[in-house]
Design a protein around this ligand. Structure first.
Ligand code: TNX
Length: 717
């Protein structure tokens, strides 16, 4: 007896289950202009596993309780399988405070967590079963990789607090359940744009862990672009001396690249999470950084000046002159050889996207031939953006499709988009494909108007959009017909976190006051909850996926991310569990500079300017946050019932913040953004920040341009 989710009428459908499971209610979407009520989620009947397993059955019977004495028993001498046991023990240690012993044995002991890699071959490399009963848990797979995937599921069967990095005093129980699972697609990737924004090794490792928890198994590193070259190549020291000295918005760096040792460390850390690193060396466009370092690549033979800007299509190698073609060939052979030697995985991604419009097809073809020859010479598989499909490719190449609905709409018409024609040309060469449609899988697209970072050229991508698509039909027309890439040629999916606009206020170019979050902070906010959504698109059978079930299962992961310290976006379309994931809905005290946001004298008069004052616990200092469907908040004072308001919607810096009858107009909508150790509170209308004049009692509140100062950082309690 199994339960499963089906598409249709938007309800979680429960088949006859062994125990009565509460049916989760469908929540109606909030009307656009009224504050959305705080979503109420029913507690999960069984643990909410993401990605959704192929089958999951709740069983009667008691719970298993993990204690300090529980052993992790690995039924194998295989070091990779034992390694998964050690990984699990270390994973559980911080929150439980247990140092669980890992034993190798041939017989499953009682009351243990048993890892058995000797399951049937039919499970495949990544399939597994989890059988949890009161007297023990058994994870079975065909090899270590499947065990690792099963361990990620087991982790989600434990209470959310297990993700905490500090010891939590509580019972560690797992309800009786039976799970059987294997992936839809072999390739489930995520790309980090370390070229536009350099991610230090530690932050890459952390991201690997976050992604591996959702069974992502490929990490594409976008290592080269106009704004930076990030991988050391011994024979070409300028690439890191000069080419790595810029990022989008930064100049003068000396260490913004991975040494060979750094890169190896990333590769081996990823491998320990059964994740393959796919290095990307982009060209023939996106190559300005290379041209700052190797003048022979340029028609004028001169070093290009380092570029730290925000544009695309700004560069091309000199393709046409024999002398430069020879230099380019040498360069590519050197680079590809060095990267191939450092990369145990089968793929090298050659980019191929966004060349300047004037590029001829002869130039493009000649580049693709040179670089793909260099790649196959190293016995690596050619991967590239779907534009690469326009040129002849080696057999078995893998193309990454990043088109959007607007391209798909042209399929079969007289004016097919160029991208669609390139896609067709790639499909005609029998290439396999990874699906990264920009309007579903690009993590740098803004969720909604409140998103402080990223772009929206492919439209807003709320969580629902990142979830509701099918890799098998995403290269067809919107009605699902006219599919260009046949289903059997779809190798998987990949999310892509571009980082050319990884700063606050990214709808405009940055200025001196712009806040640049740490790469990890940017990555967390843009990836969670969308990366888990894309992970499920790649893993779970299409028939087992439905948005209404997903938004409730996903909502139960908010507390996990909170416990793990992942700074996620509490997106309004997810049914967050309890209070943990629902953002800031509820009543809060706001403090800055040690003083509380205050209506002087708890006045109920409309037009009273807000101040900060010594905290007194009174209702004049209590603010109820009510979220609108666009992700902004109304801030309602609890003494007056009036809303925080930019006086008459003035757009000038220095305008007063007053209280006024709540109207829901943009000058009463506030974008509340987590910043290190606090929040900024930005007017949705004016994009200026709620700012206290000083730390004095009665300091006046106005709106000011973002300066990153302490009096613009609010603690929300
Ligand atoms: C397009 S689509 C790019 C990147 C940008 C990204 C920003 C593609 C393969 N390339 O160069 O960073 O848009 O959204």
């Amino acid at each position: 007896m199994r339960w499963s989710c089906r598409r249709g009428r938007g309800l979680v459908v429960l088949a006859t289950a062994a125990v009565a499971l509460p049916l989760t209610a469908t929540l109606s979407p909030a009307a656009a202009d009224t504050p959305a009520p705080a979503p109420v989620a029913t507690p999960a009947p069984v643990a909410a596993v993401v990605p959704q397993p192929v089958s999951q059955q709740a069983l009667p019977g008691g719970e298993f309780t993990l204690t300090a004495k529980t052993r992790i028993a690995v039924l194998s001498r295989d070091s990779a399988a034992v390694g998964v046991g050690t990984y699990l023990s270390k994973l559980l240690a911080p929150a439980t405070g247990f140092d669980l012993q890992v034993v190798r044995t041939t017989k499953a002991p009682d009351k243990a967590v048993v890892l058995d890699p000797n399951g049937p071959k039919e499970l495949g490399a990544e399939g597994y079963t989890v059988s949890a009963r009161a007297n023990g848990i058994v994870v079975t797979a065909y090899g270590a990789q499947g065990l690792f995937r099963g361990v990620q599921t087991l982790r989600q069967l434990l209470p959310a607090a297990v993700e905490s990095r500090t010891k939590q005093s509580r019972a560690w129980t797992v309800a009786s359940t039976e799970i059987s699972d294997s992936p839809r697609y072999e390739y489930r990737g995520v790309m980090l744009d370390v070229a536009r924004r350099f991610f230090p090794v530690e932050q890459v490792k952390r991201y690997i862990d976050e992604a591996a928890a959702y069974k992502i198994n490929k990490l594409q590193l976008h290592l080269t672009d106009d704004q930076g070259w990030r991988i050391a190549i011994d024979a070409l020291p300028n690439l890191t001396k000069v080419g790595a000295s810029t990022q989008s918005g930064f100049t003068g760096g000396t260490g913004w690249y991975y040494t060979a040792a750094d890169y190896k460390e990333i590769v081996s850390y990823a491998a320990s999470r059964f994740m393959t690193v796919v290095p990307e060396i982009d060209g023939p466009g996106h190559t300005w950084a290379a041209q700052t370092s190797v003048p022979e690549l340029r028609c004028d033979d001169k070093y290009a000046r380092p570029y730290s800007g925000f544009d695309v299509k700004v560069s091309l190698f000199c393709l046409g002159e024999q002398k430069q073609m020879d230099a380019t060939k040498n360069f590519l052979q050197t680079v590809i050889k060095a990267v191939a030697e450092l990369t145990p995985g089968p793929y090298i991604h050659l980019g191929g996207d966004e060349v300047p419009d004037a590029t001829t097809s002869e130039q493009y073809d000649s580049y693709v031939k040179t670089v793909s020859d260099a790649t196959t010479a190293e016995k690596k598989t050619v991967m590239g953006w779907h534009q690469l499909g326009q040129s002849p490719l080696p057999a078995g190449s893998l193309l990454q499709y990043w088109g959007e609905d607007d391209d798909r709409k042209t399929i079969g018409t007289a004016k097919e988009a160029l991208g669609i024609r390139h896609l067709r040309a790639g499909a005609a060469q029998d290439a396999r494909f990874i699906m990264s449609p920009s309007d579903h899988a690009y993590l740098d697209m803004q969720y909604d108007a409140s998103t402080p970072y990223g772009l929206k050229w492919s439209g807003f991508v709320p969580v629902q959009r990142s979830y509701e698509w099918d890799p098998a039909t995403v290269t067809g027309k919107l009605d699902g017909t006219g599919v260009i890439v046949p289903a059997q040629k779809v190798a998987g999916v990949a999310a892509a976190l571009w980082a050319d606009r990884a700063y606050e206020g990214s709808n405009e170019l940055p200025n001196a006051g712009t806040r640049w979050p740490a790469p990890q902070e940017y990555a967390d906010f843009m990836s969670f909850p969308r990366l888990p959504a894309i992970a499920e698109v790649g893993w779970s059978p299409q028939s087992a996926r439905d948005w209404n079930g997903f938004r409730q299962r996903l909502g139960l992961h908010g507390p996990r991310w909170t416990a793990a310290g992942i700074g996620f976006y509490p997106a309004p379309d997810v049914a967050w569990a309890g209070t943990a994931g629902i953002g800031l809905e509820g009543v809060h005290t706001l403090t800055t500079g040690g003083k509380a946001l205050n209506v002087p004298g708890s006045s109920t008069a409309s037009g009273t300017q807000l101040t900060t004052a010594t905290a007194d616990g009174g209702s004049g200092q209590k603010w109820s946050f009510t979220r609108y469907s666009d992700g902004t908040y109304a801030l309602v004072n609890q003494a007056s019932g009036l809303c925080a308001d930019v006086n008459r919607g003035f757009t000038s810096a220095g305008a007063k913040i007053i209280q006024w009858t709540c109207t829901g107009t943009p000058n009463q909508r506030w974008i509340v953004t987590p910043v290190n150790g606090g929040h900024t509170i930005t007017s949705a209308k004016t994009k200026l920040l709620l700012t206290a004049a000083s730390t004095a009692d009665g300091a006046l509140i106005t709106q000011r341009a973002a300066k990153g100062t302490a009096l613009q950082k609010w603690t929300v309690e």
